[in-house]
Every structure is written in structure tokens, then in C-alpha cells.
Design a protein around this ligand. Structure first.
Ligand code: SF4
Length: 378
């Protein structure tokens, strides 16, 4: 990109951003901790969903020192419903490293930030630009789409040479006045104007510079991604309910839903009065008669879980196997629970039981609803 073209696009983005940017709680701050938390939360997650999580998180852990000293389970519980739980684990690790190795101060350039756990090229660029006003590019999905259209980049721009071309163009736009605002402006124009479907070219601040528009190629750029077929995984979830509580099992520290509380998962679709019963006895549990209550299809990034839900309601055993615990239904938001747990529970409860949980939660004004059937959990 020529310096003149870069300067003219940058100036148009900056003017538009200053007049049209959404007011978001993390905008306008130069606190690298606040910028970082918002960026991690916003990855793969809609801004509307992030807002209440961000407010609660910052109220509870307002500084990197506070987060570094936090209990891992409390952070996981605060993250419940946001998905991609590895983000929370890496975030804690990075906070502890900033405190123990950098005296609580974030490195003020992208290269230093990149050395912290969980910091990729995007997060390092975003924190360097937004918090320290460094001339660094921050290329997320919105910027990729905008730049691909501005430069009329054909082919796959999400990986390989296509992605490198996007980064090169975004980096060419970074140097100059107010690089932090330019970087945020590119994201905002991508999110609000140069949208995936029906881009608002008539209201676009960089329409005159847009090569895809000039070529009549807006509809086909960027090229749609070839999506890998997701692997289907068959599971059986056992929801053991005893009065107002449910038996949950903590997942291992590595792997799917790492360290989070889930129903008892068994591999395969197991019949209630045969294989499922047998598998539970192998865990030294006697669930009594099992009832099949429904199916849950839970889509993850690389696989789809096809879950057969069984309900058990035998009397609670006196001793539980290690890693299992009874969770009170009216306090589930205080547990580190992924959305799949809420969905399986939803499938196991009858209508009256579900209504009771809702009532309890509204009365106690717990976490507001995200996206799932049970309030407070994605
Ligand atoms: S003119 Fe249209 S396609 Fe080009 S950058 Fe603007 S909104 Fe996107």
C-alpha cells in the first residue's frame, strides 16, 4: 500500500471513529489491564454478551494484582457462560506472570506482550495500540474483512499468504497520528459498516478507496472459508438429582471443559437399564432406575457433541467418588459450569422444576441471562 493511500484511509477511519464509535466501558481507557480483559472476553464472543461479564469481572478484580491473587475456581465461575474456557486459564497465568516477573506492569510494546501466556499476535497488537498508543496492527475478523475488501484480496484471507497480505496492509495503516484510535476505528468500521452481509457501502468512510467496491466484487470478497466437517461425538450425560441439588463431576485439568463442573459423562449413547447403569457402577455409584429425558446437540469449534440425557434420582450415596460434588440448583451461577451443563440439566428437568429455578434466580437477582435456557448460563 502506498504511503499516500495509507494516509488517506487512516485519516478517514480516524474521523469516522471519533464521530461514530460506540460507547463501551473499555473505550477511552489507557489501562492495559482493562484493555486486555475486554479483548480476551470479546474474542469469539458478542459485545452484548461480554458487557455484563466485563462489569462484574472488573468490579471483583479491578487490577492485575487482584486477578493474580484470585482463586482459580472463582475466576472459572465468573467466566461460566462465556465459553472458550482456556482463555480464562491463560489469563490467570498471564496475570500472575505480570505480577511476579514485571512488578505488576504490562510490557508496553507488542513484542514484550507476545511473551505472556495467551497473548497472540492480535491481543498483543490490540493492547500495544489501545493502551500504549503504539503503531501496531490488531487484525481480528472485522479488520480482515474490511482490509480484504479495501485491497480486493481474492482467495482465502484467513490463513497462509492471504492472512499475511491482510496483516501487511493493516500494518501499513498503523504508523501516524493516534495509532490506537486508528486500530480501534478499523475494528469498529468492520463491525458496524463493512459487515459480512449487506455492507453499508453508502455510509462507509473509506468507500472511495475500496477496490472491491470499484470492481463490483464486494459480495465475493472475502472468499467464504472452507469449513472442516466437525467430528460428531456421542456421549451420555447422567443428571442425578436429589431434592434441590444435582451431582456434578469436575473434568480433568486438561482437555474438554478442563476443570469445569459437568454432569457425569459416559462415552457413547448408553441405554438406561443396561450399559449406562453398568458404567455408573464402575464409578461406585448406584443411581437407581435411570430415565431417558432427551437429547442435547452441543456445537463446539471442532466437534459436535450429541448427548443422550439420562436422569437418576436414587437416594444420595453417603460417600462420593473423588472429583464429584452436589451443587445446589439455586446457586449454580456460583459454580464453574460450562453451558453444556446447563443445557443437559435443562433437558433433565420437567417444566415445573425449571420454573422453580427461574423463580429462585429472579428473586435473588443473580447473574442475568446470557444465551441458554437456564438464566445466567450460556
Ligand atoms: S465500500 Fe463497502 S465493501 Fe468497501 S470497505 Fe466500505 S463497506 Fe466495505
Amino acid at each position: 500500500m502506498s504511503p499516500d493511500r495509507a494516509a488517506s484511509i487512516r485519516a478517514a477511519i480516524l474521523d469516522w471513529y471519533r464521530a461514530n464509535a460506540r460507547e463501551l466501558p473499555w473505550r477511552g481507557t489507557r489501562d492495559p489491564y482493562a484493555v486486555w480483559i475486554s479483548e480476551v472476553m470479546c474474542q469469539q464472543t458478542r459485545v452484548d454478551t461480554v458487557l455484563p461479564y466485563y462489569a462484574r469481572f472488573m468490579a471483583r478484580w479491578p487490577t492485575v494484582e487482584a486477578l493474580a491473587a484470585a482463586d482459580d475456581d472463582d475466576v472459572r465461575a465468573a467466566w461460566s457462560g462465556l465459553g472458550y474456557y482456556r482463555r480464562a486459564q491463560l489469563m490467570l497465568k498471564a496475570a500472575r506472570e505480570v505480577v511476579s516477573q514485571h512488578q505488576g506492569r504490562f510490557p508496553d510494546d507488542a513484542d514484550g506482550l507476545l511473551a505472556l501466556p495467551g497473548f497472540g499476535r492480535y491481543t498483543a497488537g490490540a493492547v500495544a495500540a489501545f493502551a500504549f498508543d503504539r503503531p501496531r496492527a490488531a487484525v481480528d475478523g472485522n479488520v480482515t474483512r474490511l482490509v480484504a475488501r479495501l485491497e480486493a484480496l481474492e482467495g482465502d484471507v484467513m490463513q497462509g499468504s492471504g492472512a499475511q497480505a491482510v496483516w501487511r496492509a493493516a500494518e501499513a495503516l498503523a504508523p501516524g497520528a493516534s495509532p490506537g484510535d486508528v486500530a480501534q476505528g478499523l475494528i469498529e468500521v468492520g463491525a458496524l459498516v463493512c459487515t459480512a452481509r449487506n455492507p453499508r457501502c453508502g455510509a462507509c468512510p473509506v468507500a472511495e478507496a475500496c477496490k472491491a467496491r470499484a470492481q463490483g466484487a464486494v459480495e465475493r470478497i472475502p472468499a467464504p472459508r472452507k469449513r472442516a466437517t466437525k467430528k460428531a461425538v456421542a456421549l451420555t450425560a447422567v443428571l442425578w438429582l436429589d431434592g434441590g441439588r444435582v451431582l456434578l463431576s469436575r473434568q480433568p485439568e486438561a482437555g474438554l471443559f478442563a476443570s469445569l463442573w459437568c454432569p457425569i459423562f459416559l462415552e457413547g449413547h448408553l441405554e438406561p437399564d443396561g450399559a449406562a447403569d453398568e458404567a455408573l457402577r464402575a464409578h461406585r455409584l448406584d443411581p437407581g432406575p435411570l430415565t431417558s429425558t432427551g437429547q442435547v446437540r452441543h456445537v463446539l469449534t471442532h466437534r459436535t457433541l450429541e448427548i443422550h440425557v439420562l436422569r437418576a434420582s436414587n437416594k444420595a450415596p453417603r460417600r462420593l467418588p473423588e472429583g464429584m460434588a452436589w451443587a445446589p440448583l439455586d446457586a449454580l451461577t456460583e459454580w464453574a459450569i460450562p453451558s453444556v451443563t446447563a443445557r443437559c440439566l435443562d433437558a433433565a428437568l420437567d417444566r415445573a422444576e425449571r420454573a422453580k429455578i427461574r423463580l429462585t434466580r429472579r428473586e435473588t437477582r443473580r447473574t442475568p441471562a446470557a444465551q441458554g435456557s437456564l438464566p445466567g448460563l450460556e
